[in-house]
Design a protein around this ligand. Structure first.
Ligand code: C2E
Ligand code: CA
Ligand code: CA
Length: 662
């Protein structure tokens, strides 16, 4: 296929060059023919003056006839598309007609060989060599036209000079022969130069075109992604990224003006059961209809967003913020009293809403979200389908977070946190290419604490660095373990919390830490979430140091919210991990498929590898493989495992593979 494309491209280039040659020859031909006719008439006049005979008239008549025919056909051909469509044929025609002209001129030395006058003879020699050189100068694009024209006349001229076998004519003959050889050489050289020039112009244009195509593709994808980042694709409500930015903005303005901002957070009760019972199409329909109802209730300066899944949020600010927030929340509850129709079914869903208000409940957006979430949590606990407004009692929910923060320091000291490893599979041959290290913490009284909660607590207590160190050390230990068992080419992904990269010291320290354990840094891939990369300035030093230290870099949760691809290029990213939101259901979701195709093609153009996260079904793995995705990770292959279990899993898997191959 590739070969075929190349050969058609080459054929196109050849035609292009030939047609440039044809145009160039035709362009100079008109002037040449006029000059040629003029010289012919003067030559005939001189010959006639020396020896008046009708032969001179016949000769000049033939010449004018041939030249006129050539002139007319050239003018006609240059107006038609013939030069573009059949340049090769046209060049042949031009060559033959030049040859006929050449024949007419070649008659000159033969017909008038009886003229003894040295002067006239010298004139004929002068004229023939002159017009031969002239033809060459006029037709540098295509040597054959000039050669066809000059060859017959120069040959007959030489012959007529050598035949008398006299000293003077022999010398002139030798000179003419030498001139002939030089003209031939120069004709082919100038054609080569012409062709080279046309070809390099063509190459330059092609390069510019292909760069433009690549650029267009990238900016198209960029636009698509930007829209995706700001708008929820399904409901057209604002996305999480846009919502967060707007909330931040609103808080800053109100802080300055002493105003209030209320945050409503809510999700659909029973949404999961609708999805499970009636299918994803029904779920999507409910989300869409719900979004439509929300939009009909909010005013122009209130912002409604879908944060993800069935989670929604609204920002309210202005006069009597808290009162307006409550009324709006009640209206939203009421809007769901009418069922949503889908394919003959009446789907019923409810919502619970939590509200928190700045600056009474919290002083920043994180705090405001926590308070509103806590209110939502209570609304659900109290039987759902209700609005709850944050109040101090609700701090209890926040108390857990507080407890986590307190427990974190000791847990780190006593080694209660650990890493588990989830495998990554190369789709082309189904082999394990590496693992991702995921943080795990089971607390005796607080239960399982999600890694997000752990990092939130670590951030609040400036404990992120020990956590990163811990995960890096666990990754190194596991790599050593793997090596001992003969798995020496696997890599391990380690998530790195953005805030800690701000200092390049961290990156340097990690480099030393890894090398001190005898591990080459390129076997560790740091995963950074892309929203962090947007704050590229802060990241730059840390990322550059990680890269210099030889670590691989991956962008985590790709597709969730960003506005530019340029940072992928600037930051020398090795791998993109497409967020599972775009991966799940890939086999049945055309929109996600289109996005994944775009991401893969842009990544290919930038030589960045693509890994798909959250692969849960064979159907999705097959779809990814078909779209050219290199690596996959997800429950289809395995959950995260302790190092021992992961080794056992690897062993079993390779036995199974061997059995199935044999
Ligand atoms: P992540 O980096 O995107 O990690 C993948 C998460 O998706 C993990 O959740 C994993 O268990 C889950 N997952 C993997 N395959 C599937 C699948 O097929 N289906 C579904 N539904 N989920 C799947 P986990 O372990 O709860 O981690 C959540 C997030 O916490 C991680 O998301 C990562 O952002 C953060 N995290 C975990 N460990 C660390 C860490 O050591 N450092 C930092 N900074 N963040 C971490
Ligand atoms: Ca990750
Ligand atoms: Ca991820």
């Amino acid at each position: 296929m590739q070969h075929h494309i190349e050969s058609t491209e080459e054929a196109g280039a050849n035609t292009y060059v030939l047609s440039a040659q044809a145009h160039s020859v035709m362009q100079s031909l008109v002037l040449s023919l006029i000059a040629n006719s003029f010289i012919g008439v003067s030559t005939a006049a001189i010959v006639y003056a020396t020896s008046p005979a009708p032969l001179a008239f016949y000769w000049v008549g033939a010449l004018i006839l041939v030249n006129t025919l050539r002139l007319l056909s050239t003018v006609w051909l240059s107006r038609s598309k013939y030069a573009d469509e059949h340049p090769e044929r046209l060049l042949n025609i031009l060559t033959y007609s030049a040859f006929i002209s050449g024949l007419v001129w070649s008659a000159l030395p033969v017909l008038f060989s009886h003229i003894a006058s040295i002067n006239t003879g010298a004139y004929v020699v002068f004229v023939i060599t002159g017009i031969s050189a002239g033809a060459l100068i006029q037709s540098t694009a295509y040597a054959r036209v000039a050669i066809a024209f000059m060859t017959p006349q120069l040959l007959t001229l030489c012959a007529s000079l050598f035949v008398p076998n006299e000293f003077v004519t022999n010398i002139v003959g030798a000179n003419v022969t030498l001139l002939f050889v030089m003209l031939l050489r120069s004709a082919s050289q100038s054609e080569r130069r012409f062709v080279d020039r046309v070809r390099s112009a063509l190459d330059a244009r092609r390069l510019a075109n292909s760069l433009k195509h690549a650029n267009d593709a990238i900016s198209d994808t960029n636009r698509q992604l930007e829209q995706l980042a700001n708008q929820d694709t399904l409901t057209k409500l604002a996305s999480r990224v846009r919502f967060n930015a707007a909330l931040q903005n609103r808080l800053e303005t109100q802080k300055a003006g002493g105003g209030h901002v209320s945050l409503l957070v809510f999700d659909l009760d029973k949404f999961k059961s609708i999805n499970d019972t009636y299918g994803h199409a029904a779920g999507d329909h409910v989300l869409l209809e719900f979004a439509r109802r929300i939009l009909s209730l909010v005013t122009a300066d209130e912002l409604a967003a879908r944060l993800g899944g069935d989670e929604f949020a609204i920002i309210v600010s202005g006069k009597d913020t808290a009162g307006r927030a409550k009324t709006l929340a009640e209206d939203i509850l009421a809007s769901l009293s009418a069922p949503i129709r889908f394919a003959g079914n009446e789907l019923r869903s409810n919502t619970s809403i939590g509200i928190a208000t700045f600056p009474d409940d919290a002083s920043d957006s994180d705090g405001l979200f926590r308070c509103a979430d806590a209110a939502l949590y209570r609304a659900k606990e109290m039987g759902r389908t209700r609005v709850e407004i944050f109040d101090p009692c609700l701090r209890e929910h926040l108390i857990r977070q507080n407890l986590i923060e307190k427990a974190l320091g000791p847990a780190l000291r006593f080694g209660q946190l650990r890493a588990e490893f989830q495998p990554q599979i190369r789709l082309s041959d189904d082999r394990v290419s590496g693992f991702e290290a995921l943080l795990r913490w089971d607390h005796p009284t607080l239960g399982t604490i999600s890694p997000e909660d752990v990092f939130q607590a670590a951030r609040n207590t400036q404990n992120t660095l020990p956590l990163i160190r811990l995960m890096t050390v666990e990754a190194c230990d596991f790599l050593l373990d793997l090596e001992k068992h003969g798995w020496s080419d696997l890599t391990i992904g380690v998530n790195i919390s953005p805030v800690d990269l701000a200092s390049s010291k961290t990156a340097e320290e990690l480099g030393m830490l890894v090398r001190s354990r005898g591990i080459s840094p390129h076997r560790i891939e740091f995963e950074i979430t892309e929203d962090y990369l947007l704050d590229a300035e802060a990241a730059k030093n840390g990322l550059a140091t990680l890269e210099e230290a030889g670590f691989q870099l991956a962008v985590d949760d790709f597709g969730m919210g960003y506005s530019s691809l340029s940072y992928l290029i600037d930051n020398h990213i090795d791998r993109l991990k497409i967020d599972r939101k775009f991966v799940q259901d890939l086999a049945f979701n055309a929109k996600n498929r289109a996005l994944v195709i775009a991401l893969i093609s842009v990544s290919n153009a930038l030589s960045i590898e693509v890994l798909a996260e959250g692969v849960e079904t064979e159907a999705d793995a097959d779809a990814l493989r078909m779209l050219g995705c290199k690596t996959a990770q997800g429950f289809l292959y395995s959950q995260s495992m302790r190092p021992g279990a992961a080794l056992a899993w690897l062993g079993e898997r390779s036995i199974r593979r061997n059995v199935s191959m044999s």
